[in-house]
Structures are given as C-alpha cells and as structure tokens.
Design a protein around this ligand. Structure first.
Ligand code: PHE
Length: 483
C-alpha cells in the first residue's frame, strides 16, 4: 500500500493526538482543511482511518440576544420588593409587550410573586445568571451543543424559543485511526527516521552511517521518462550490419549521385530501358564525370554485340554521352558492380545498406527514397541453391518466412524475387540473381556472382506491424517512443 506525503502527515498527527480528532485538531499538519479532508478520505478508503460524520447543532447569538447581552437582560431589570403593578409601569417603556409578557409569566412560573409582590426565587436568580453566561459564551463564536457546559444546557431551548440564540445544523467530521491504521502508523513512524534524500550535510556529518537509508520501492508508480534513442530505421540498420559482419561480409558504400555507367550500363541495362525514363529516374544536371575509357569501350562492346561473351548483346548503337549522364542512384547494385570492378578476384562477400531514389508516387507501400540492403557473394561454384539458402537464412534471422518467385532483371540470369505474405496478400521484398556474363566479363570476373537487393522499409513494416510505409518517416514522437 502506498501513502502520499499528505496521508502520512495526517496519520502521524492523528497518532500524536492519540484520540478521535476534528479537522480543526489537525491544523498542526499545516495543511488546508480541504487537503486534510481529501487525505482523510484516501486513508479511509484504505481502511486506515475512520471518518465519522455527526450532524451537530451550532448555537450563535441573534441580534436580540446581543442587544440583551450588551444592555441588561429583562429579568435583570426586575427589582425585588416592587409590586407587580409598579414593576409593569417601570418596564413598559423599555420592553416590548411580548417580552413584558414573558417576564410576568416567568415570575409567576418560578414562584417569584408572592401576594402581588416581586421576590425573585433562587431558581429565577439562577436562570438569570445562567442566561448571561450562555449569551457571553456564544458571543465570540458559534458553539456546538457538546461544547456548552452542561449546567447551561437546560436553558438552551428556552433561549432559542425566545429568539435570543439560534441553532444551525452542521455535519461535523471526526477522524480516528483504525487497527490497520495503527499498524501503518508504526511503519510510517519508522520511515520518518529513515533518510529518503541524501544531502551534502548528511554526507559531511556522517549521519548516513548511523541513520538507516530508505529502501527503493521499485514497484512504486513513476512516470515514464522518454530517453534519447535511435530511430527504428537507424537501429535496424545497425542490426543488419551486425548480421552481415557476423557472416563474414565486408561493408561497401558509394555516392548518391552516379553516372548512368555504374547505375545501368555496367549492369547491361539497355539504354532504351523504360527504367531509365525521366518518369522513373531522377537525373542530376552536373558536369560529366571522368570515366575509365578502357571500361567504357568494353561495356559498349558488350551492349552492341556481346563482346567476347558469346552473347549477341542488344544490337544497337550505344551512346557514350548517355552513359555519362548523372542520376540519383536507383539501386545500390551500382555500388556493388563498381566494387567488383576493383575486386575481380574471388572470394568476395560484400554488402551495402544505402539510400536509393526512384520517381515513385507515394502510397502505403512506396516512397521515392528508401533503403536497400544489397549484397554479393563471388565464389567458385556459387549457385542458385546457395543464393536461395542465403536469402532464406537472412530473413529467418529477421524472423520472417519468405517465398521465391522467378523474375527478370537485365543483369542477372537466373533472376528471382523475394516475396512474403501479409494478410493474404503478397508483398515484394526484393530482387536477386546471378550476374550475367555480359555484366561480369568487362571487369574480368570469371567466377559466378550471387547478388541481391532487398527493401529495408518493407522488412521493417513487417517487423513493426506497420501497415503504411509512410508511418516510418512521419516522426510522430508517440510512435517513436513506442517502437
Ligand atoms: N537492383 C534490383 C532492384 O533494385 C535488385 C537486385 C539486385 C536484383 C541484385 C538482382 C540482383 O530491385
């Protein structure tokens, strides 16, 4: 059970009082009445305190009562030894007929009239002095019946009826500790002696050595403190990098802006391929880059006639101008082929996680900018089975089961597509294949090269249960805290 600091205060004060207490008695807590009341209700709901509500009449003076108190009470004006007649005459000017009636009635009732002469009885004299005491008592503040001394109690109804005092009902709340409360009080008292906050003084004085330190309650409610952390995409990239490095891959990287040569021509993508259209690719206006003429010539030969690969090529006029155009890389395969051109000897195992750009209409599954997880394995005897095994193993480590479908890319043969099923629908995760000789021959690569390019965001969508790819980049703070 937890107690708030205010609840502890109220409980401790009740304990010190050692009796049933009115709210007023708890002023020593230094809390406002409403705060005390709310702490008391919490304590009551926890069974530690009993709140008793007693309807009580509070008496106060009326203006008539105050006037009497400041002047003389009607009966105080009565002088013993006067005849009733003389008395009536002397009082007529100062008392109203009703009060005069009361006076005469009272003198009779109390046996203060003997044969027409006024002689105040003991009872009457007591009545008068009690009346003054009562009025005096109530003159400073209203009092509840139980705070009026008992000898005065009998005259209350009478004074009320005469309109000198008036009563008002109020609910009085009193608090008392229950048995459970007493047990809780012991714990609270013990806690009071514990150090809950270390201060320089406590450390310097050495008090911390002798006073027990409060234990941490790890079950206590505490607000969540959002801490700085990586974006889910950033942490996914770190995870992926770890997986590839663990599998013995080398990381490669390249620039966002590439000449068509590396993005397409080196990959045997014909120059009239629809993917090169302005609709599909972002072109960058910038001076032509310097390219290795020897490589250009070899790639040109392959495109036009197949070079010495045994292929017939595309059988068209290849343009050197076209190959020097700059684009935002449309896939990271541009980076792998450049890497291979520099590392033509097996074995090569390399990967690249990088951002690529396509003129896509944005929708729940498409973005114009996204990440690809690219990789190659160049190895003697590498084959399709190995490629599929590799892809399956990779996705298994990411917690996904995949399907393989035949596909077409100008640079691989055979080519395949990695798919997965989500809510009955197929979603494409990426492409893969074995580089064609038309791709590898110009770079003097004679060994088979397994290659793949996989979408990072779609993989993340599946892992995070996100239906719309745009959510990944919305940077909604609530979402980011949850993922
Ligand atoms: N570059 C292809 C794409 O962007 C994927 C791919 C990479 C296919 C390597 C085959 C081999 O979809």
């Amino acid at each position: 059970m937890e107690l708030s600091p205010n609840e502890c205060k109220v409980l401790l004060t009740l304990g010190q009082l050692g009796r049933e207490a009115a709210l007023d008695d708890l002023r020593t807590t230094g809390l406002q009445q409403t705060t005390i009341m709310s702490a008391a209700s919490w304590l009551a709901s926890k069974g530690l305190v009993e709140v008793r509500e007693t309807p009580t009449t509070y008496y106060s003076l009326t203006s008539e009562g105050r006037a009497d108190l400041e002047g003389r009470l009607p009966l105080e004006r009565v002088v013993s030894g006067m005849s009733l007649k003389e008395l009536m005459v002397s009082l007529q000017g100062t008392l109203t007929p009703q009060v005069l009636n009361f006076v005469v009635g009272y003198l009779k009732r109390s046996g203060s009239l003997k044969e027409g002469v006024v002689e105040l009885s003991v009872e009457a004299r007591q009545y008068v002095s009690d009346g003054r005491s009562l009025l005096e008592l109530l003159s400073s503040r209203p009092l509840p019946t139980q705070e009026i001394p008992s000898p005065l109690a009998p005259i209350i109804p009478d004074y009320d009826k005469r309109g000198l005092i008036k009563g008002k009902e109020r609910v009085v709340r009193t608090l008392s500790i229950t048995k459970g409360g007493k047990r809780a009080l012991k714990l609270v008292e013990a806690m009071e002696e514990e150090i809950t906050q270390l201060t320089p003084k406590i450390i310097q004085s050495g008090a911390w050595r002798t006073t027990p330190l409060a234990k941490y309650d790890i079950h206590t409610f505490a607000p969540t403190l959002p801490r700085g952390r990586s974006h889910p995409i950033t942490s996914a990239i770190s995870r992926l990098r770890r997986i590839f490095l663990d599998m013995g891959f080398t990381e490669l990287a390249g620039p966002f802006v590439e000449p068509c040569f590396w993005d397409m021509d080196a990959l045997f993508v014909p120059q009239d391929h629809p993917a090169r259209d302005l609709q599909d690719t972002f072109y960058v206006e910038a001076p032509s880059p310097k390219l290795d003429q020897g490589l250009i010539d070899k790639v040109k030969g392959v495109h036009e006639s197949g070079g010495d690969t045994g292929s017939r090529g595309w059988g068209y006029q290849w343009s050197e101008e076209e190959t020097k155009k700059l684009v935002l890389r449309t896939h990271t395969t541009a980076d792998t082929i450049r890497y291979l051109s520099r590392h033509p000897e097996p074995p090569v195992k390399a990967f690249c996680i990088g951002r690529i750009f396509r003129r896509e209409a944005v929708d729940a599954k498409h973005l114009p900018e996204f990440y690809q997880i690219e990789g190659i394995v160049m190895e003697e005897g590498a084959n399709l089975e190995m490629l599929i095994g590799l892809l399956e193993e990779f996705y298994r480590r990411m917690g996904l089961e995949i399907g393989i479908r035949p596909a077409y890319f100008p640079y691989t043969e055979p080519s395949l597509e990695v798919v997965t099923h989500i809510e009955g629908k197929e979603m494409e995760l990426g492409g893969a294949g074995i580089f064609r000789p038309e791709v590898t021959a110009p770079f003097n690569i004679s060994c088979p090269v397994l290659a793949w390019g996989l979408g990072l965001e779609r993989l993340l969508m599946l892992q995070l249960g996100v239906q719309d790819i745009r959510e990944l980049y919305a940077n909604d703070l609530d979402w980011l805290r949850r993922h």
